[in-house]
Design a protein around this ligand. Structure first.
Ligand SMILES: Nc1nc2c(c(=O)[nH]1)N[C@H]1C(S)=C(S)[C@@H](COP(=O)(O)OP(=O)(O)OC[C@H]3O[C@@H](n4cnc5c(N)ncnc54)[C@H](O)[C@@H]3O)O[C@H]1N2
Ligand code: MOO
Length: 392
């Protein structure tokens, strides 16, 4: 049986559809989304030279003083006059540097009596001390954020000071979620009713915080006509199913997708857990058929569903970040499948959970990260570096 390498499978999923359409939203609503266009500064920041300290605006050449104080410049209330030779203007943090002045003498190093100002310390070391030059942060026309960059709180603040009030982003991504399996009952059902459905809870939680409009299709039975009709009726950007992805007689997601008119792009990946994941398209939707085992669903959602949603939402760099940490315990050599091992982080070391069965949610809920073991990785000892994906 041929298994697709993980990185190739990820690249193929990201190629299944372009980002969704653009909408323009107020800047606060753009946080947590991605810029849909290159965004340039509409103004220069600061627009003119400002003081970075409370003190006196002077001419550096006039040091060591004394000076006569002829006016005051406060933030939003600039001094209209000019600072000539041996003259100074009282100035506050964020206030415009008056014409003629080039330096700020901080007030801790100044003494003042009426309008007479004298040096009471070492004074500014060089021209321009305690002055923020015009355009120190950026100049009008400069690119502040490239298309596809995440709009973090800091990026949104930058765009705000850059003169933007509204931002072009991608509209929310519509994600339809269906759990499949005759054994499943809604969470909170009586204990004897069946297996509580948990993948829907898991996926809803993983999608929280992304710009997603969720469409919950609930629990679908292992019945080909029912599944086919449900899939055919889906109006979404993404249809994600869990369960029924493997090779058993009741694993009907693939035949139902095909019966509904969908196309399978690939099925089965060289990874563990998550091998039976399938990807394809149905009408305008990308379809991800995640395996039913809860940990397999978590790992494939982390590695495929979330990157796909980020890409559809306009992210240029949608894959999860990995980092290197030392192992806290040895690991055996790996086989041909990329492994994702639930692990705890203690004192900066990654300790793999002793049991890794893909049904065990308790080990997942206790894990801080997944250790990523590439195919055919050699045995590793405690202290060796391994790649991890942080989870939370
Ligand atoms: N002969 C083979 N059998 C299996 C193979 C294989 O290659 N050959 N692959 C195994 C692997 S790996 C996985 S993973 C599973 C995936 O199977 P399915 O996607 O068909 O999932 P199900 O059989 O429907 O369910 C698996 C397991 O998970 C429980 N489940 C399903 N959905 C939910 C849900 N929404 N909430 C909670 N629990 C759920 C289900 O009851 C099963 O216990 O196949 C292996 N078999
Ligand atoms: O590899 Mo399956 O996805 O765990 O148990």
């Amino acid at each position: 049986m041929s298994l697709l390498p993980l990185d190739e499978a990820q690249a193929r999923v990201l190629r299944l559809a372009p980002p969704v359409g653009v909408e323009t939203v107020p800047i606060r609503d753009a946080i947590g989304r991605w810029a849909a266009a290159d965004l340039a500064a509409l103004r220069t920041q600061p627009e003119r030279a400002l003081s970075s300290m409370d003190g006196y605006a002077i001419r550096f050449d006039d040091l060591p003083g004394p000076w006569e104080v002829i006016g005051e410049s406060a933030a939003g209330r600039p001094f209209g006059g000019r600072v000539g030779p041996r003259r100074a203007a009282r100035i506050f943090t964020g206030a415009a540097l008056p014409e003629g002045a080039d330096t700020v003498l901080v007030q801790e190093e100044a003494a003042r009596e009426g309008t007479r100002l004298t040096l009471a310390g070492e004074g500014p070391p060089r021209p321009g001390s305690s002055v923020r030059a015009a355009g120190l942060d950026f100049t009008a026309g400069e690119r502040l954020l490239p298309a596809g960059a995440p709009i973090t709180p800091a990026a949104a603040a930058l765009l705000a000071v850059g003169g933007h009030g509204v931002i072009p982003v991608r509209r929310p991504v519509r994600v339809a979620i269906a759990a499949t399996g005759d054994e499943l009952v809604p969470p909170g059902s009586p204990p004897e009713a069946g297996l509580p459905e948990s993948n829907g809870v898991l996926l809803a939680g993983l999608l929280d915080g992304l710009p997603v409009e969720r469409i919950d299709l609930g629990i679908l039975p292992d019945d080909l006509p029912t599944l086919t009709a449900a899939f055919a009726a889906v109006d979404a950007d993404v249809l994600v199913t869990t369960g029924g992805a493997s090779v058993g007689d009741h694993d009907l997601v693939r035949p139902a997708l095909e019966a509904a008119g969908g196309t399978i792009d690939f099925w089965r990946i060289a990874m563990r857990p998550g091998k039976p994941m399938m990807a394809g398209t149905l009408g305008g939707a990308v379809v991800l058929g995640l395996p039913g085992n809860p940990v397999s669903a978590f790992v494939t959602a982390t590695l495929f569903l979330l990157p796909l949603v980020r890409r559809l939402a306009g992210a240029a760099d949608p894959l999860p970040r990995r980092r290197l940490v030392p192992l806290g315990a040895p690991l055996a050599a790996n086989d041909r499948r990329a492994d994702h091992l639930r692990a705890a982080l203690r004192d900066g070391l990654a300790f793999p959970a002793p049991a890794q069965d893909s049904s065990m949610l308790r080990t997942l809920a206790r894990a801080d990260c997944l250790i990523v073991r590439p195919p055919h990785a050699a045995a590793a000892k405690a202290g060796d570096s391994v790649e991890i994906l942080d989870i939370g």
